[in-house]
Design a protein around this ligand. Structure first.
Ligand SMILES: Nc1ncnc2c1ncn2[C@@H]1O[C@H](COP(=O)(O)OP(=O)(O)O)[C@@H](O)[C@H]1O
Ligand SMILES: [Mg+2]
Length: 476
């Protein structure tokens, strides 16, 4: 506080003479009114959030934090020590129980609040959560008071739609303004107590670490949005623990879709899963050989009796016949999934499904595979570049809806809007996907999501890259 006060008073004294004081950039003059201030030529008004919704979901503040108008938003988060939190909750619970006794009949609002307080007290006692005091302030800028009023009205309406009650910091306009400057000083101190989960949901990038499954295979390592090193914790996912076992990998060309699918397929094969691959570009041949599997170039030929890893490599087939060959390969896969021995099985369909437009019978087969896969402990991995292709067909929609795992790697700025809308991504997540380097992306698993980087061992890397062996890059 003291540095700002001296900054302001000195600024007033030197009004109009010198814009910078003690090395700080400062306006030439500040006029302080009851609900707004004028610093230099600009009017500022600060709104403080005094009413909050009872429950929030991840990224719920996003519409406000990405407000397109001229606004500075400050979110203050201060931890409450555990003993103060415990005392506070105890008092609150005592108050609720006495008011419930006084009223005699059950007041639903008080009962809900008492239940919430009990839940929070329990999770704090177990060390799962903490209490945090959160303050949210929005300072609006405009060149006239009329514009400022209009802007404040718009923000208040946006806040109401989020069940937030925003009020101007009347008679504390200067403190409000200072609170939203990047100085880390909350001079208004109108806060609401949150538990850790609710406070985390306020952050624009609501992507955290994923709990994963101990029985799963390594999908990658968590990445932080700000640091691009691979130091995050490893993320293991077991698709056979999920309601369905299917995965959709969606990204622009060269983002690392096939690389990822090869790494994951190899790891699953080493866990004992049967693997069937429909490979129109002969990309999985080296991996199949390394796993001692069988490469079949003519899909009308049946695989040999013991083969557990089968790659239908269709790269040598004439372009015009390719959609028919993809259909034949899918037919062979379908027979094995539907009629074969019941066991853990994975089917990889890389980019091939686009060809299915020209082959409705094969499209129907893929659809049947998706529907039947869960009952036959089969996990499909479907890889594609273009969401609009996926969304424009009922087959595509059923791929999205019947996949418990969605892996979104780098997107083009054009595609990210559609992807963002289809998967409910926040603005921060969309920006992350547009800027993502190869192998970085968002993993969405049954409601959980994490930013990950697909990592491979030195042994795996040469088997996962596409293109000419010998021009291999470095393992990550
Ligand atoms: N996770 C990764 N680590 C290292 N290199 C990668 C990774 N993902 C992709 N690459 C590099 O990018 C190239 C293209 O990836 P690929 O999976 O073939 O792209 P597409 O998305 O078009 O299938 C790979 O050959 C490899 O060199
Ligand atoms: Mg590919």
């Amino acid at each position: 506080m003291p540095p700002f006060r001296s900054l302001i008073t000195r600024t007033r004294i030197r009004r109009g003479v010198e814009p910078a004081v003690d090395g700080f950039p400062a306006p030439e003059s500040i006029e302080v009114g009851p609900r707004s201030i004028k610093a230099g030529d600009t009017y500022y008004r600060t709104l403080v959030i005094v009413g909050w919704p009872r429950e929030v979901s991840p990224g719920w503040l996003q519409p406000l934090l990405s407000w397109r108008g001229a606004a500075d938003i400050a979110l203050y988060v201060e931890p409450v020590s555990n003993d103060i939190a415990a005392r506070h909750l105890q008092k609150q619970r005592a108050r609720f129980s006495s008011s419930l006794q006084k009223v005699g009949v059950a007041d639903p609002m008080t009962e809900v609040a008492a239940g919430d307080a009990t839940d929070i007290a329990r999770s704090i006692a177990k060390g799962e959560s903490r209490l945090l005091r959160v303050g949210l302030y929005i300072t609006l800028r405009a060149s006239t008071l009329e514009e400022l009023d209009a802007e404040a009205y718009k923000v208040k309406v946006a806040c109401s739609s989020l069940l937030l009650d925003a009020r101007p910091t009347s008679y504390r306009a200067l403190q409000g303004w200072l609170t939203t400057l990047p100085l880390g000083q909350d001079l208004i101190r109108m806060r609401r107590t949150f538990d850790t989960a609710a406070a985390a949901d306020c952050l624009p990038f609501a992507t955290g670490e994923m709990a994963g499954h101990a029985s799963g295979i390594l999908f990658g390592r968590g990445v932080s949005r700000v640091r691009s090193d691979s130091g995050g914790s490893p993320v293991f996912v077991d698709r056979f623990c999920l309601p369905n076992h299917n995965m959709l990998i969606l990204a622009s060309s060269g983002a690392g879709k096939s690389y990822t699918a090869k790494a994951l397929t190899g790891r699953s094969a080493l866990q004992g899963d049967e693997v069937l691959i429909v490979d129109p570009d002969d990309e999985y041949v080296a991996l199949t050989h390394a796993l001692d599997g069988e490469v079949i170039r003519d899909p009308s030929i049946a695989p040999s009796e013991n083969s557990r890893i089968i790659c239908y490599a269709l790269g040598q087939i004439d372009e015009k016949q390719l959609h028919l060959a993809v259909g034949q390969a899918l037919e062979a896969v379908w027979q094995r999934v539907d009629k074969g021995e019941l066991r853990r099985r994975q089917v990889v369909v890389d980019e091939a499904y686009l060809m299915l437009r020209e082959n409705p019978d094969a499209a129907h087969l893929l659809w049947a595979l998706i529907k039947r896969s869960r009952k036959r402990t089969c996990g499909l991995t479907i890889i594609t570049q273009d969401l609009s292709d996926v969304l424009s067909t009922t087959l595509g929609e059923s791929i999205i809806n019947n996949s418990s795992i969605h892996l979104l790697l780098r997107q083009t700025p054009h595609a990210v809007e559609g992807v963002g809308a289809a998967f409910g991504l926040s603005e921060g997540e969309r920006q992350f996907l547009v800027a993502a380097p190869q192998g970085h992306g968002l993993l969405l698993v049954a409601g959980e999501r994490a930013a990950i980087r697909v990592v491979t061992s030195q042994l795996e890397h040469p088997l996962c890259v596409s293109g000419v062996p010998g021009l291999l890059g470095k393992a990550s």
